[in-house]
Design a protein. Structure first.
Length: 156
């Protein structure tokens, strides 16, 4: 396991759509482990594969309840609304107000390629939306209401 370099906003890889994962190879397992290590080292709550330079549909999230691995994730339902500050490990030290669904249902595969669905509210819903957008080549800055400012929170 290793700490990988986090790509910073402006890196063209962050604007690319990721490819679906067909199987979990030893390289994919290593990538997932490295992503978790990198996220924890950076004090983040989420990390997507393109943020470490890999164009695969993989994200990891941990809001304090243990790690969640998302392979080929899709948001299949959403409801409600929340607005709050959001940050990103690819834009260090900055944050901006973003509107997101307050509740989502995500369908994904785990590290064993077993499909699951997970319901999420509040911060976890925000983190899922944030990381899945990375897999589609988007960053939260595209959704910021007003200006981006210095962060006063843990970065996602």
């Amino acid at each position: 396991m290793a700490i990988r370099q986090i790509r910073i906003a402006g890196d063209p890889i962050l604007n690319k759509v990721c490819k679906e994962v067909k199987e979990v190879t030893p390289m994919i397992k290593t990538l997932i482990d490295d992503m978790l290590d990198t996220m924890y080292e950076a004090n983040g709550v989420g990390l997507a594969a393109p943020q470490v330079g890999v164009l695969r549909r993989i994200a990891v999230v941990d809001i304090g309840d243990g790690p969640i691995v998302l392979i080929n994730p899709q948001i299949i339902a959403e409801e409600g609304e929340q607005t709050g500050d959001e940050a990103c490990l690819s834009l260090p030290g900055k944050a901006g107000e973003v509107k997101r669904p307050n509740h989502v249902v995500v369908r994904a595969l785990d590290e064993n390629m077993t499909e699951y669905e997970m319901e999420a509210d509040e911060l976890l819903a925000r983190a899922f939306c944030h990381e899945i957008e990375h897999l589609d080549g988007h960053m939260y800055m595209e959704r910021v209401i007003g200006d981006i400012h210095d962060a006063q929170m843990d970065e996602e």
